[in-house]
Design a protein around this ligand. Structure first.
Ligand SMILES: Cc1cc2nc3c(=O)[nH]c(=O)nc-3n(C[C@H](O)[C@H](O)[C@H](O)COP(=O)(O)OP(=O)(O)OC[C@H]3O[C@@H](n4cnc5c(N)ncnc54)[C@H](O)[C@@H]3O)c2cc1C
Length: 401
């Protein structure tokens, strides 16, 4: 098999890997090679997400999510403008449907302000219909900084920029092993072998598996959570002007089932969060014995389950029972009926879990000599990707200097 000169290898052509390669090529890194298991970019989380440009409302002030979401959002908007990628800053409504949620809604407003959002507006119950005529609640927060975009289009444009700057994209190259060498790494996979002076691993749903190979992130496991959504029938799309979200349960990093208008005009309801039986388990029937074994033999999973089994069962029930899913949606829009929910889709979130059963809330990275691993990059990582890419790209250049 042909061996080549030393490259900086980025594993994974999702939006985080591509944004990293983009940053590396802009910083004039020598020979950047992106390797991707699939035959095209953005085939997994990046290609199955809700398409929301998050504002930075939810995240703990001072966290990486809070900082990189705000920075990444600005960079994303400029990138879209420069590449004629359609986006809309349509704003969103976070609706409290019960009085007990009001303190949590106040807390969101406080976080939003602390994170630098300036266009927040508190709405009393009767004002909600001015923004979303079909929504009902006891109070709401209007977040003007939120928007929508098609992230695969952003990923494709990033890939184009990387190639234009002399970087290489190798599709159909699934990395099997990363072997340390005197000069860096031997990256071995289905597409051959690459001699690397440094690696940056942005492997999403497989992040932990590659990291464990080189002895990092051993206390962390990626647990795949499928997010399922229904599409509103075309004649009912008028029920949703833009984005309508519930007040999220602060115990979980998921936002609760919501309504999202996509940039192409479709309206989706969801996603929920159910345990997937395969890392790429987009349907209930997809089971990977290896993936499932890895989840079930991880102590952290059982600790998580012992705390939240009721929530897990309720999510599973809503997944299998359309009427139950519809009931959850009716809390936000009472006139939604089962017949309004037409096509179905899903995405799988790579959510890192620690051995104590805690879902890692923030973005997480780990360094080894000449290597950097993204261990946790869940939502809002698509929004934040250009800022994440800049941080880890710069770090990677320092590691190989
Ligand atoms: C249902 C859902 C809704 C979401 N909604 C939003 C949203 O509205 N807004 C937002 O900002 N974020 C959202 N997110 C989160 C966002 O999509 C992800 O955080 C982001 O796409 C992560 O990008 P990534 O590049 O890390 O991962 P991915 O897009 O999953 O890319 C990882 C890539 O690595 C490749 N790979 C894996 N292993 C190997 C290997 N061994 N060799 C070579 N290649 C490999 C995979 O094939 C894949 O292409 C959502 C996520 C989901 C699942």
């Amino acid at each position: 098999m042909a061996k080549e000169g030393h490259a900086l290898v980025v594993v994974g052509a999702g939006i985080v890997g591509l944004a990293t390669a983009y940053s590396l090529t802009r910083n004039r890194a020598r020979r950047v090679v992106v390797v991707e298991a699939e035959g095209a970019v953005a085939r997994h989380q990046t290609g199955h997400n809700s398409g929301v440009i998050h504002s930075g409302l939810y995240y703990r002030p001072g966290s990486l999510k809070a900082e990189l979401c705000r920075k990444g959002r600005e960079k994303l908007l400029s990138f879209c403008q420069a590449h004629a990628i359609p986006f809309e800053l349509c704003g969103k409504l976070v609706v409290a449907t019960r009085q007990e949620q009001i303190p949590a809604l106040h807390e969101l407003a406080r976080r939003g302000e602390a994170n630098g959002l300036c266009l927040l507006r508190w709405l009393e119950a009767q004002e909600i219909v001015n923004y979303e005529p079909a929504a009902r609640g006891v109070a709401a927060l209007w977040v003007a900084d939120t928007g929508i975009v098609h992230f695969p289009q952003v990923a494709t444009a990033l890939a184009g920029e990387v190639e234009r700057a002399g970087g290489e994209l190798r599709l159909g190259f699934r990395v099997r092993s990363l072997v340390p060498t005197a000069q860096g790494w031997r990256v071995v996979g289905t597409g051959g072998e690459i001699q690397a002076r440094g690696v940056v691993v942005c492997a999403g749903l497989y992040a932990d598996r590659l990291a464990r190979q080189v002895g990092v992130g051993s206390g962390i496991r990626i647990v795949p959570f499928r997010g399922e959504y229904w599409e509103l029938a075309a004649h009912r799309r008028h029920l949703v002007r833009n984005l309508i979200y519930p007040v999220p349960d602060p115990r979980f990093p998921f936002l609760g089932v919501h309504f999202t208008r996509r940039i192409d005009g479709r309206v989706e309801a969801g996603p929920n969060a159910v345990l997937a039986f395969a890392r790429e388990g987009y349907r209930f029937s997809q089971v990977s014995p290896r993936d499932l074994w890895e989840t079930l033999t991880f102590g952290g999973f059982w600790r998580l389950l012992s705390r939240y089994w009721r929530t897990g069962m309720a999510e599973m029930w809503r997944s299998l029972w359309k009427a139950a899913f519809c009931r959850a949606l009716r809390q936000l829009i009472p006139e939604i009926r089962q017949e309004d929910l037409a096509g179905r889709g899903s995405g799988v979130r790579a959510q890192a879990l620690d051995s104590q059963g805690n879902l890692l809330d923030d973005f997480a990275f780990a360094e080894v000599p000449r290597g950097l691993f993204v261990l946790n990059a869940p939502s809002p990582a698509a929004t934040a990707a250009l800022a994440i890419g800049e941080v880890i790209g710069k770090k990677a250049l320092e590691l190989v200097a």
